[in-house]
Design a protein around this ligand. Structure first.
Ligand SMILES: Nc1ncnc2c1ncn2[C@@H]1O[C@H](COP(=O)(O)OP(=O)(O)OP(=O)(O)O)[C@@H](O)[C@H]1O
Ligand SMILES: [Mg+2]
Length: 244
């Protein structure tokens, strides 16, 4: 297993107005799941149910209250929804891609440049893009750069938080196809967060349905889509107009 999660609880504490007391709100209420090598797991649930909170907790960006997170992978990385705000607008693509190599390896600048060229090719962009700024790329190209950046250290586990939601439908399809190819070629495991059940169906091997801080249903994609057990899953599939 690349990731195993047991009884994970995460809560946020907010200071009450005009008071020294804190309000604690539990967002994740005991999650249990695992992700296998070379598997894409879709995480579905309505806005505010805790999907991004889970992503951040898994990477240690926020503290869990209790439970276990066992990561057994190399360089886990996150890809965010908005490729524009997650790329530094003042830096060229070459800088953006080479930065992790600068910080975490002893590669020479020539080796870094070569690696950046190579990873850009892996996400379907010509090396000429290395000298551009993020604002000189389309939304789809920017998201390709974000994916390249997340992979450049040789990551085998990516968390993608709504990575295609900001893209229009044809570009969405191209980026999804890229993710499928990269998964196979680079043996990636991916936690793919989305509110779009059609996108999840087209990409994921397994699916987890999150509601009110709990996973109400999880399993193989076809099992969930053909034979949903939980009322909430049925409702989601029905409102997306999906019948399989
Ligand atoms: N830093 C924070 N402090 C307090 N509450 C927070 C914080 N971040 C998120 N929350 C709350 O936690 C809950 C879960 O938020 P989260 O961002 O994980 O939802 P989400 O499922 O990713 O939603 P969306 O689909 O809209 O992205 C929400 O009620 C949100 O208001
Ligand atoms: Mg979110």
């Amino acid at each position: 297993m690349i990731l195993t999660v047991k009884d994970l609880h995460v809560s946020y504490k907010n200071r009450k107005k005009n008071s020294l007391k804190y309000d604690e709100k539990e967002v994740l209420k005991g999650l249990e799941f695992s992700i296998d090598e070379n598997e894409i797991v879709g995480l579905v649930g309505e806005s505010g149910c805790g999907k991004s909170t889970l992503a951040k907790a898994l990477l240690g960006l926020i503290k869990s209250k209790s439970g276990e997170i066992n990561l057994n992978c190399k360089h886990p990385q996150m890809v965010f929804q908005d490729p524009y705000s997650s790329l530094n607008p003042k830096k060229r693509i070459s800088f953006i891609l080479e930065e992790p190599l600068k910080n975490l390896t002893d590669m020479t600048s020539e080796e870094r440049r070569k690696k950046a060229e190579w990873i850009l090719g892996e996400v379907g962009l010509d090396k000429e893009y290395l000298d551009r700024y993020p604002s000189e790329l389309s939304g789809g190209q920017r998201q390709r750069v974000c994916i390249a950046q997340s992979m450049i250290l040789g990551s085998d586990f990516l968390i993608m938080d709504e990575p295609v939601s900001a893209l229009d439908v044809t570009i969405q399809a191209q980026v999804l196809e890229l993710i499928r190819e990269l998964k196979i070629k680079h043996k990636l495991s991916i936690l793919f967060i989305s509110h779009d059940l059609r996108v999840v169906y087209s990409l994921c091997d397994k699916v987890m349905i999150l509601k009110d801080g709990l996973i109400v249903e999880q399993g193989d994609r076809d099992k969930i889509y053909r034979n949903p057990q939980h009322e909430y899953t049925k409702k989601l599939l029905k409102s997306a107009g999906i019948t399989i």
